[in-house]
Design a protein. Structure first.
Lengths: 226, 336, 456
């Protein structure tokens, strides 16, 4: 993929792939193009060259809404729930494009995140931070995506909630969804990621399994703080 | 006995009129709030949209009257309302297509959209005045009273009469029906929920695949319905005069802000808050105290807190107090 | 010079249009349009300072205009002695009472921290104060209004030359703006709009219904002019000579002495109205020019730069230690004061004060159309907007009549549609204003003369 916002290319020939049931972390310093890469995958940014494909189908030309239909789902970094709606309504909105009955999927989400079932009718704005993150994940999963993208899920989250959140992400992984997460917090992210990509000035400089990256002396030196 | 008389007096001059006036304001405030929540700007055409809808209802009423169609004891305007609504829906949708959609696409700041709505306010006023003129018009027909003061006095043997105009009852019933349907729609249907979601978090709504065009269109349709119904009820109850409708924008906005703008249920209650305060403050309590107090200390002044000329001051004071002490409105809870 | 070419061109076109009216309709009409153009220009400058310099929405222009008008009455009308005798003392006492209330509220605000107790205290002061006011002022107002109600029935004014009211009007409007600004500034833009709109309605309600102050809807007529009266002029030797000199060629063509006398008399009558209006044009132009100089100077001063910085990025300006609230209040007061001047000017020109004629469409929203059409942030644009929009507002009726006749020329004179359209001609101006505003906002969102900031 190569692309940018007019001007200079922010990401250039970087390749990211992810398989079902796998967590991939995109890491890198500030300004490395992590968010840009994510926007390119979501279709919020037009690519100059390269392509985005899912299950072998090229979706590079589709609008973001159509990409949602093709199975990409996204959890933004902030404002990722409808605070004024109830938990149930949040989930229903996640499945807005699905024509068939959504009750079953909601039940599946409730099975994944039991606390949400208890708080079904509660307004999301009144939930705790951790519960909100679950609602956000649940909402994104309502489309039954094949790829779930998380933008800095741990930003501004307390350490306890972060552990909980990672547990949930691992649970989601078990449902055979491919997960891409953009993270600044490399150590934590790599601890649950199967593989990681390290972006530097728009190119993927390093890639490998979580363990490999964690042990790579150069990666350690440059991003993990020794 | 004296106490019952005093209570009937208050019912007759404060409670019943405030209830119907409040309903009329509430209908306006709901759509102002809805537009604010979804389109995200202050819609200054509000009062004039109401007069536009009412005007067409009146025109259809006249047409039906000329055909000899009527509803007997009920006002003919009730059958004309759906036709008035249809025209108003077309009008707002055309207006959105020609005017507002451009700024929405450009993501203009709300202030600019509010200014644009000043432009449409001028145009709407011009249309109303050119078509029907600026004069005061009454278009009520049918049975005027449900309960007349004399009948009430005979029935109860009280000194004070209680008058219930049929327009007051119609206002209340229609408001209950329209508002129940609206809140059922917003809270129970998929489209209604998607509107609430869109108002809550536009970006996330787009990510979830909610179609903004549809949401905006339905918002305008609801606005047209509420404006026409509210305006017609006001016109039946009092009279239709374009300038009064324009001025009604002020208490309507006050109600919407009091209820927490962007929150239709708050706006609904806000309508009654404004109406009751306005009438409570401008009512002359002299007679009330004559009933209650012994003859020796009966008041001789009107005992009116504020002359009716200053009814805007009531809206304003409430607005200021609310904005200073509870900027998000007095009814907290969910948005939309 | 080159960059100002569009300004000059726009003004020349405007001037040309007014001269055209002079030739086509009459010079008297052209000049009265010009007078109101100048008054509108002053109002627009006031609104432009608030909107263009600081981004504040003030929908209360009508209120400040009316206050300026009230100032004209209170300054120029001679005091009604009888009314002062029967009720003056009580009213003065009431004024002191209001001042006392304000000070005690300020005292409470300063002395106590934010709490329910403080709020109750303020409420108590207001309620007790209002009851006292009612008790004291009630009988006084009653007796004041009873004094010769057909001609006076109010306290009257100070009997000073009406020109003073232009300054007093500014003070009145500025004082009201200060109070409103203290309460409502800092609200979100659209809330401020509604709050100011309500305030202006309240001001009008007060002026309309407090007869002891302003005679209310009974109007005040016959305010003394700062310029000569037509009737006086027509008998003045020098004026007749002046008219004769101007029209020498026309008069010389007429040989018959009687007819010549007749002609001269006619010309003197026409000339006197034109002369009077010219005097007004002169006075108003002075105000407009002074204000233009001041506002231009302010715009390019460090203060103007700071205001633009605040407008464009309030948070950044705040972070840099600029007191945004204070500056907003200042500009709100200044802008409103300018509108107050315009209000006083208008009543001076009309020679009468009619509280019933203040309507928000004409005095608030029309001014906003002027600001936006002219070019917000640009003083020359604001003045031009005042000119152009007022011109259209007045000439809309003839234009509409012409268009209606054109399009319905196939219909009979008595055709219902044609008659109806011709009867509703006055309302076509609303249509023109609305469409004009929408077109400008769409295709020239910065106005005819956009804001130009020299980067030094």
């Amino acid at each position: 993929m190569t692309g940018g916002y007019g001007g200079a290319d922010i990401i250039s020939s970087c390749t990211i792939n992810v398989d079902r049931g796998e967590i991939v972390a995109i890491l890198g310093p500030n300004g490395a193009g992590k968010s840009t890469a994510m926007k390119a995958m979501l279709g919020l940014l037009n690519l100059k060259s390269g392509k985005v494909s899912i299950d072998g189908k090229d979706i590079s030309k589709l609008t973001p809404q159509d990409r949602v239909k093709e199975g990409i789902s996204f959890v933004p970094q902030s404002r990722n729930v409808f605070t004024g709606l109830s938990v149930q309504e949040n989930l229903e909105m996640g499945a807005f494009l699905r024509k068939e009955r959504v009750e079953e999927i909601i039940e599946e989400i409730f099975a994944l995140f039991p606390i949400l079932k208890e708080k079904k009718t509660q307004i999301v704005g009144e939930l705790s931070g951790g519960q909100r993150q679950q609602v956000a994940l649940g909402r994104a999963l309502m489309t039954k995506p094949s790829v779930l993208m998380l933008d800095e899920p741990t930003a501004g989250v307390s350490p306890i909630v972060m552990d909980e959140l990672f547990d949930h992400i691992l649970k989601v992984k078990k449902t055979n969804v491919a997960i891409i997460m953009v993270e600044q917090n490399a150590k934590q992210a790599l601890s649950i990621a199967d593989r990681g990509y390290v972006l530097v000035t728009g190119e993927n400089k390093f890639s490998g399994t979580g363990k490999e990256l964690l042990n790579d002396p150069e990666v350690r030196r440059s991003f993990l703080g020794g | 006995m004296e106490i019952i008389n005093a209570i009937v007096l208050l019912l007759n001059y404060i409670f019943v009129p405030a209830l119907s006036y409040g309903s009329q304001l509430a209908l306006g405030a709901i759509f102002v709030s809805l537009i604010y929540g979804i389109l995200r700007f202050a819609y200054f055409t509000a009062g004039d949209l109401m007069s536009f809808g009412t005007m067409f209802t009146i025109l259809f009423t006249w047409y039906f009257q000329s055909l000899g169609i009527n509803l007997g004891v009920l006002p003919t305007a009730l059958i004309a309302i759906p036709f008035g609504i249809t025209v108003t829906i077309f009008y707002v949708l055309i207006k959105d297509k020609l005017v507002f959609s451009y700024y929405r696409f450009k993501k203009s700041p709300p202030v600019q959209l509010a200014m644009v709505s000043i432009g449409t306010m001028f145009v709407t006023q011009a249309i109303v005045r050119i078509v029907i003129g600026p004069f005061d018009r009454r278009f009520f027909d049918g049975e005027k009273f449900i309960l007349k003061a004399n009948e009430f006095k005979e029935m109860t043997g009280l000194n004070e009469g209680l008058t219930i105009k049929s327009t007051q009852v119609i206002t209340l019933l229609v408001t209950i029906i329209v508002v129940s349907i609206l809140f059922w729609f917003l809270n129970k249907t998929k489209t209604g929920k998607s509107m609430r979601a869109y108002s809550d978090n536009e970006d996330l709504a787009l990510l979830s695949g909610i179609d903004p065009k549809k949401v905006v269109m339905i918002t305008w349709v609801i606005a047209a319905i509420l404006a026409t119904v509210g305006g017609t009820l006001y016109g039946l109850d009092k009279s239709f005069k374009p300038f009064t409708y324009f001025n009604n924008m002020l208490p309507i906005f006050a109600a919407a802000i009091v209820g927490g703008i962007g929150n239709p249920f708050g706006a609904f209650l806000g309508g009654y808050v404004i109406a009751f305060s306005e009438i409570l403050v401008t009512y002359a309590y002299r007679k009330f105290f004559i009933y209650l107090l012994p003859e020796s200390i009966e008041p001789d002044s009107l005992l009116q807190l504020l002359s009716t000329d200053y009814k805007f001051a009531v809206s304003f004071s409430i607005l200021v107090v609310v904005l200073l002490f509870r900027p998000s409105g007095i009814f907290k809870g969910k948005v939309l | 010079m080159r960059q100002n070419l569009d300004v000059i061109a726009a003004y020349l076109i405007m001037l040309g249009l007014i001269i055209l009216v002079g030739f086509l309709q009459s010079w008297s009409i052209a000049l009265s349009i010009l007078c109101f153009c100048l008054i509108s220009a002053v109002m627009t400058m006031g609104a432009n300072i608030q909107w263009g310099y600081a981004g504040l929405i003030n929908f209360g222009i009508m209120g400040y205009t009316a206050l300026g008008g009230l100032a004209a009455v209170l300054v120029s009308v001679p005091p009604v002695k009888e009314a002062w005798q029967v009720g003056g003392l009580s009213m003065i006492f009431c004024a002191f009472l209001i001042a006392f209330m304000v000070f005690s509220i300020r005292f409470i605000l300063k002395k106590y921290n934010k709490s329910n107790k403080r709020n109750y205290g303020i409420a108590l002061v207001i309620i007790v104060g209002l009851i006292l006011l009612r008790l004291i002022s009630g009988p006084a107002i009653h007796s004041i209004e009873a004094v010769n109600p057909a001609t006076t029935g109010f306290l009257g004014g100070m009997g000073l030359p009406i020109l003073f009211s232009w300054i007093v009007g500014a003070f009145f409007a500025g004082a009201l703006a200060y109070v409103i600004g203290k309460i409502a500034l800092g609200l979100r833009a659209d809330y401020l709009a509604i709050a100011t709109l309500l305030i202006s309605e309240i001001v009008i309600a007060v002026i309309k219904h407090e007869d002891w102050l302003s005679r209310g809807v009974k109007n005040v007529i016959g305010l003394k002019r700062p310029v000569p009266y037509e009737i006086d002029l027509q008998t003045k030797e020098w004026f007749i000579n002046l008219v004769a000199k101007f029209n020498q060629s026309t008069l010389n063509l007429i040989t018959d002495v009687m007819a010549r006398e007749q002609m001269l008399k006619q010309l003197v009558i026409e000339g006197s109205t034109v002369f009077v209006k010219l005097c007004f044009v002169g006075l108003f132009s002075i105000v407009v020019i002074i204000l233009l100089i001041i506002t231009q100077k302010a715009l390019y001063s460090p203060w103007g730069r700071m205001m633009r910085a605040i407008r464009d990025n309030e948070e950044a300006a705040n972070a840099m230690g600029k007191n945004v609230v204070k500056q907003h209040l200042l500009i709100f007061v200044l802008g409103s004061a300018i509108v107050g001047i315009a209000g006083a000017m208008m009543v001076t020109y009309d020679g009468l004060f009619t509280p019933g004629s203040y309507r928000p469409m004409r005095y608030t929203f029309l001014i906003w159309v002027m600001v936006i059409v002219g070019g917000s942030g640009n003083n020359f644009g604001a003045v031009l907007g005042g000119f152009a929009v007022w011109f259209l507002w007045i000439e809309a009726a003839p234009i509409a009549l012409f268009l209606i006749n054109l399009f319905t020329s196939g219909l009979e004179e008595t055709n219902v549609l044609r008659v109806h359209l011709i009867e509703s001609i006055p309302y076509f101006r609303f249509l023109m204003m609305g469409i004009g505003l929408l077109l400008i906002m769409r295709y020239r969102p910065k106005g005819i003369l956009p804001e130009k900031i020299k980067h030094v």
